[in-house]
Write a protein that binds this ligand. Structure first.
Ligand code: FES
Ligand code: FE2
Length: 376
């Protein structure tokens, strides 16, 4: 798992006027809305006695109120009031009291949180033009994979599994199980991959969208922000203008559980009654992937490219691991072994925040340990 990434913490619709508990990167956060309705994110453990802030409430000043002794925290993690000392300054009553806060913004119908201490080095949140485009309609869906984050991601990133797992063959290839050459490129936001082929035709309602013997084009993009995979297929053949497009935002809940949130866009058969058909089609693939990912070992997931790689396989995965290793080399990857040792010794750890980098002293809970940077 990696820090210094913008992760999707929730859908906007989930965050109302009550604190919301979210588990990400194996630790606990509280989301709430401030006085202006803007989202805020703090470490969920109250710095006073470790109560769960998300079990508290929100007050009229846009602060979260701890359910135990009522200490109140603003969006920056400052303690605004301690009820037992009345109007006294909290900094006099409990000198140095503060808690970790994380940048939180609302964009594309989602609540994004920046979990880390180097915001200027992280990839920013990308645009999502289909949301504003009236020719597209969309459906949303969330699925939890009981699997490690990388394994959950691979189930969609890899062309080689398409014929085996989903029955989508490369019909124009001599061997329809072998994907045609695909170009993969590193980009500033992550990677992009492109493939052109005659893929197996959809059955049922979708059958007439494309003429037999025509090719489709598929473009995959991987955005580091949200660890988002965007897939686009010009489903009605190249030049048809009929596009299927999905966004898959992935947030590690912990080392072996991953929240997958989806937007599925289409600009054909846009009638509302087709939503159920579109969802069923997409969900079929997701559930097939989920079954594979959840049964894979080791449960903690891989840490790099496997040593055995098929000849034509996995050009995308090579670039994917380059991206991940860049984060590791910057010192952003969580050190699970060290963390587990701390937990075993009774510590509760939190994701290091920007304020901690500015002033490493005076925090109630230690930082989750990370692998050392190799970038010097
Ligand atoms: S534990 Fe939160 S105010 Fe005491
Ligand atoms: Fe898949």
């Amino acid at each position: 798992m990696y820090t210094n990434v913008w992760y999707v913490a929730a859908r906007s619709s989930e965050l109302k006027n009550k604190p919301l508990h979210v588990k990400m990167l194996g630790t606990d956060f509280v989301l709430f809305r401030d006085q202006e309705g803007k989202p805020a994110c703090l470490s969920n453990a109250c710095p006073h006695r470790g109560a769960s802030l998300s079990n508290g409430s929100c007050n009229e000043h846009g602060m979260v109120v701890c359910p135990f002794h009522g200490w109140q925290f603003d969006r920056e993690g400052n303690c605004g009031k301690i009820p037992s000392v009345g109007e006294d300054d909290p900094q006099t009553a409990a000198p140095g009291v503060k808690t970790d806060h994380y940048p939180a913004i609302e964009k594309h119908g989602l609540i994004w949180t920046f979990l880390g201490d180097e915001p200027n080095q992280a990839e920013p949140i990308f645009e999502l033009p289909e949301l504003e485009d009236p020719s597209f309609t969309y459906i949303e869906h969330d699925v939890i994979f009981e699997s490690n984050f990388h394994l959950a991601k691979f189930s969609n990133l890899d062309y080689v599994h398409l014929p085996i797992v989903h029955g989508i063959k490369f019909e124009d290839q001599e061997n329809p199980f072998q994907p045609p050459p695909h170009q993969v490129k590193r980009t500033d936001y992550g990677l992009t991959a492109f493939i052109q082929t005659e893929a197996t035709y959809s059955k049922g309602e979708w059958e007439n969208v494309r003429e037999k013997g025509t090719q489709v084009k598929s473009v995959l993009k991987y955005f580091m922000a949200g660890q988002t995979l965007r897939g686009e297929v010009e489903i009605g053949a190249i030049g048809s203008g009929r596009f299927n497009c999905f966004y898959e935002f992935s947030t590690p809940i912990d080392q072996t559980t991953t929240m997958m949130r989806y937007y599925f866009f289409r600009n054909f058969m846009t009638q509302k009654e087709m939503d159920a058909v579109a969802l069923e089609k997409n969900l079929k693939n997701i559930l097939e992937d989920k079954e594979i990912a959840e049964a894979q070992v080791p449960k903690a997931g891989p840490d790099g490219m496997p040593t055995i790689v098929g000849k034509h396989e996995d050009t995308i995965l090579k670039v994917y691991w380059e991206l991940m290793h860049e984060m590791r080399d910057k010192g952003w990857q969580i050190d699970n072994k060290k963390w587990q040792a701390l937990v075993a010794s009774g510590e509760y750890c939190v994701v290091p925040s920007i304020a901690r980098k500015v002033n490493p002293k005076g925090w109630q809970y230690p930082s989750i340990p990370r692998l050392e940077s190799t970038n010097g």
